[in-house]
Design a protein around this ligand. Structure first.
Ligand code: BG6
Length: 500
């Protein structure tokens, strides 16, 4: 997130080099950085995997990803120049010879370049392989220079508090915390970073950003898609682990954190950990009061018949994994006492939206006669991460006319209307940050563990009490009735995208 520094010469090894994430996100992000002149002068990208590809076959494969998913396509010449630096190494994560080969490759490149490169290992692999790769990498001795070797760990980071702790312990057995970059791709989104700019680069908002003025906060991260062919992974995860533990809690932290003293990585991360620590812990017995879950049955999505989750996850037709979760949090500190934070996330909802709503209290005194102000609504700030990225502020205005009638109106900031430049993909920002050793937008070990700690009572309670009532919402709907009740009992309703 620094001002653009040209990274030093870099070698990037991608574990899971023939996987979906590499094809959709990683190679397109690196290619876009190249097109925008943000890659190092010298770089090599080495995909690692079991499939036997030649370099040429591998380049052809990842070119498919560029055609389908890259933000910019570049010219034939661009691709030809970039792809000269893309290679493939057949590799077995369990076999130490594969790691020795990587070490040899680094030596060879270092000799050819005549300088000591940064080496990045991107671990884009199934959670079940993580321990072996970390151990073998650690033992191989190729990461002993903490200044120049970095590990990028893709989510999920553990399956619960215990597994996250044990992965953190394993990582720090071999590596320094400063070498570890735990990815939450939401932090790479411009609109998410803009929450900090909005709050801390303006004078207007911070004085009222507290329980004296704010009534409640809502965060909705909804998707219209189902799980499709990701059922194998998703069924072991569910909405709470897949979205709330990471992306949604990160958004909450940005909204709720105290102003950092500076923009240094650890300053920001300390303030986020403070928020996670201050969120009230609940017991397993209280879960029903604070959290609800849902799973979609069949329904309609964008005018087309949509299958039920249980039909999609054919290997486990009675699964009670949740595809929707909503939770009410309280942050017990001076700033937020008494302000509930309602968060929800689900698949097969009507629209893909990631939206934060800050609902303010009513003005303390009604100056205008009641009949003229019957349409007055309290102020509201809406931060949209997607599909439109921007911020809206609702306030009151006088309607034109001789009479005094008040109406809510909006001031809007929209990225695409304001800026001509396209926003980079989250992975472009994040991979550039790894290359320039800026950890601000990555999760520190204590942050990940606090987030798990917070959710463990819910996960435990749901595991002990199977959801015999699933499916409980139709594909294409706003989620289960229980989610509406969770917020209605406090006198509110979920803001839908249309309303925002
Ligand atoms: C991923 C989840 O982390 O985020 C997916 O595993 C989800 O289930 C995705 O679809 C949503 O990301 P975005 O950037 O499309 O909102």
């Amino acid at each position: 997130m620094n001002n653009i520094i040209k990274p030093e010469p870099t070698i990037i090894f991608i574990f899971g080099g023939s996987g979906d994430l590499t094809n959709r996100k990683l190679i397109p992000a690196l290619y876009n950085l190249y097109l925008d002149n943000h890659m190092p002068e010298k770089f090599v990208i080495i995909g690692l995997g079991r499939t036997k590809f030649t370099d040429k076959q591998y380049r052809d494969k990842v070119f498919g990803g560029i055609t389908d998913f890259s933000r910019q396509k570049g010219t034939k010449e661009d691709w030809a120049n970039f792809s000269k630096s893309v290679r493939y190494q057949v590799s077995d994560v369990f076999d130490e010879k594969s790691y020795l080969k990587m070490g040899k490759e680094i030596e060879k490149i270092e000799k050819a370049w005549g300088e000591h490169p940064n080496v990045i290992f991107n671990l884009s692999i199934a959670p079940s392989l993580m321990d072996d790769v970390v151990t073998n990498l650690g033992k191989s001795g190729i990461c002993t220079d903490p200044e120049c070797t970095r590990l990028v760990i893709e989510k999920p980071f553990g399956h619960d508090l215990e597994s996250a702790r044990s992965l953190n312990n394993l990582l720090t057995t071999y590596f320094d915390e400063s070498q570890i970059y735990r990815i939450d791709h939401y932090l790479g989104k411009d609109a998410v970073q803009n929450i900090l700019v909005f709050r801390f680069a303006n004078l207007l908002f911070e004085p009222i950003w507290n329980h004296n003025y704010i009534d409640h906060v809502q965060i909705t991260v909804s998707e219209s898609i189902g799980v499709g062919d990701r059922g194998g992974y998703y069924d072991k995860s569910g909405a709470l682990r897949d979205m709330i533990q990471n992306h949604v809690l990160q958004l909450l932290c940005f909204v709720a954190m105290e102003p950092p003293g500076s923009f240094k990585a650890d300053e920001i991360r300390n303030r986020k950990v403070d928020v996670l620590k201050a969120i009230r812990r609940i017991s397993e017995d209280e879960v029903a009061e604070y959290a609800v879950r849902g799973q979609y049955g069949k329904g309609w999505s964008k005018g087309e018949a949509a299958k039920a989750y249980r039909e999609e996850v054919t290997k486990n037709p009675k699964t009670d994994t949740e595809t929707f979760a909503a939770v009410k949090f309280h942050i017990d500190n001076w700033r937020w006492t008494g302000v509930p934070f309602y968060v929800r996330s689900g698949k097969r909802m009507p629209k893909k939206t990631s939206i934060i709503t800050i609902q303010f209290k009513n003005a303390p005194h009604q100056v205008f006669p009641e009949q003229t102000a019957s349409t007055v609504r309290p102020n509201r700030i809406t931060i949209a991460i997607s599909p439109d990225t921007g911020i809206k502020m609702r306030f009151q205005a006088k309607r034109p006319g001789l009479d005094m009638m008040l109406n809510p109106v909006e001031m809007k900031f929209n990225y695409s209307e304001t800026y001509e430049d396209a926003q980079p993909e989250a992975y472009e920002t994040l991979l550039h940050d790894v290359m320039t050793a800026d950890a601000t937008l990555f999760m520190r070990s204590d942050e990940v563990e606090e987030a798990w700690d917070l959710l463990m009572p819910i996960l435990n309670s749901w595991e002990k009490n199977p959801a015999y009532y699933f499916p409980n919402y139709d594909a294409g709907s706003e989620g289960p009735q229980t989610a509406a009740r969770l917020i209605a009992k406090d006198g509110y309703h979920w803001f839908t995208y249309r309303e925002l």
